[in-house]
Design a protein around this ligand. Structure first.
Ligand SMILES: [Zn+2]
Length: 468
């Protein structure tokens, strides 16, 4: 049963103080709009709560977010936190005019990847503003967009806007690890018309800071690890026999490395290839158009496969990533195991990939098994005209004429738990940044402050257009 935070009612009596922003802000770095300023306040507060797995801090952050929503006018009974182990998820319902219609969900995650302070130049959990960026773990993934969504929705609520149907903010608490909160949240929410994910999609700026392309994420590959094992009687290394476990595994790895899964083009990746060709380097633009027109064009596939940034778009990929074996320098190895990491094209089953790897390896002495990791097989969301239309209006208001392409990401997000339930999900983050500023999961993660003002506005325009 959802548990309502007891502290919320207490808070209602007290006026909400947004508090001074802890980092010192240069005048030209301060967001210009009330929405941008509120987003920065939420972000600063959120980065300071270390919502890393195992630290029990997600409920603390959820409580802070819930207080803000209630202060902005949300009914306390519409804001509920549900604990799941040491973490949990937050659901806030924004009632619409038609209460019976299926709701629109806006999802984001409150948890962050671990960060070791010793490795960072600045403390990862002390928000620091420098050179137009806010530094800190989660500044980008995903507290930046979470803060923009919060500011956008609170601003609309204060202004008295009422959506056509219910709008639900649904924030998970272990997206980076188990996704148990996502699974529980998706189950608890049940049917929905649509999911808008703040943790995928985004705008890319070129090196000079000019918007270059905006991507709407409508699908993602399935993450899959396969473990290969072989055992052998072994023996003294001075008396080698016919078999050797290391040699056999090496041969298997070599075959997997050399193997290319068949090229696949789906409605989503076809739209991606067509849309991306306009802004791609000349040598690949032709290949993109050719492959979109004819998925059996081997030359076009070879051109794209030669580039790491595109190879994953056109096929399932599997690569050896770990190997271990042998027990002494002077003994024949008794066992060897290896890990092969696959990014599986949407619509292809994990079992089909296992079958293919088995055929490629072609050695019955090697056992291959899928490693369960909680991910679900993914399907892509059919591109929805109303969503693309709302995104186009919002993106072009921010950046007239910017190319918008639907895309597929290489890794899993919370969207997979909704897509697997048949709910279309679209990643439409309002963060625009340069490729070289992207440090999600890494050291010195940061968010460009310049994205806050237009980002809040972008979320508001998407929501008011879709739910007008
Ligand atoms: Zn994320």
């Amino acid at each position: 049963m959802p548990f309502k935070m007891p502290s919320l009612t207490v808070l209602l009596a007290a006026p909400l103080a947004l508090g001074p922003l802890s980092p010192a802000l240069a005048a030209d770095e301060t967001p210009a709009t009330p929405g941008g300023q509120e987003a920065l306040a939420v972000l600063t507060e959120a980065v300071a709560v270390p919502t890393v797995e195992g630290r029990g801090q997600v409920p603390v952050l959820a409580d802070k977010l819930a207080r803000r929503l209630i202060a902005a006018g949300f009914a306390p009974s519409d804001v509920q936190f549900t604990p799941v182990g040491e973490t949990g998820y937050l659901i806030a319902r924004y009632p619409g005019r038609d209460r019976k219609a299926l709701p629109t969900l806006v999802i984001a995650h409150m948890d962050v990847v671990e960060a070791k302070p010793a490795d960072w130049e600045r403390d990862p959990f002390t928000p620091v503003i420098e050179d137009g960026y806010l530094f800190g773990r989660g500044a980008l993934d995903n507290k930046g967009d979470l803060a923009m969504v919060m500011a956008a929705v609170m601003g609309l609520h204060r202004a008295g806007w009422v959506p056509a149907h219910d709008l639900i903010l649904a924030f998970s608490g272990d997206e980076e690890t188990q996704m148990a909160t996502t699974a529980a949240m998706a189950k608890a929410l049940g049917k929905a018309d649509l999911v808008l994910n703040a943790d995928a999609g985004a705008g890319t700026l070129d090196a000079s800071g000019k918007p270059f392309v905006y991507e709407v994420q409508a699908g993602e590959k399935t993450y899959g690890d396969y473990t290969l094992t072989i055992s052998d009687p072994g023996g003294h290394s001075s008396r080698p026999g016919k078999t050797n476990a290391i040699a056999a595994m090496s041969a298997a790895m070599e075959k997997i490395w050399a193997y290319h899964f068949p090229v696949q083009v789906s409605p989503l990746t076809k739209a991606y290839l067509e849309g991306s060709a306009a802004s791609a380097p000349a040598e690949v633009a032709g290949a993109m158009r050719a492959l979109a027109a004819n998925p059996t064009d081997a030359e076009a596939a070879a051109t794209l496969s030669a580039r790491p940034e595109y190879v994953g778009v056109i096929r399932t990929t599997c690569v050896p990533t770990m190997i271990a074996g042998g027990h002494a320098p002077n003994a024949l190895p008794q066992s060897v195991s290896a890990n092969v990491n696959c990014r599986i094209f949407p619509g292809t089953s994990r079992a089909a990939v296992l079958d293919r790897l088995t055929k490629v390896v072609d050695n019955p002495a090697i056992h291959i098994a899928f490693t369960e990791n909680g991910t679900l097989e993914s399907i892509e969301s059919p591109l929805r005209k109303d969503v693309l239309h709302a995104v186009e209006i919002a993106v072009h208001q921010r950046s007239p004429g910017l190319t918008i392409v639907p895309g597929m990401s290489a890794g899993a997000t919370d969207s997979m738990h909704f897509r697997s339930r048949g709910i279309p999900a679209f990643g439409i983050s309002a963060t625009y940044m340069r490729a070289q500023d992207e440090f999600a999961h890494g050291l010195n993660e940061r968010l460009p402050l310049a994205t806050l003002d237009p980002g809040v506005k972008q979320w508001q325009t998407v929501l008011t257009t879709l739910l007008k």
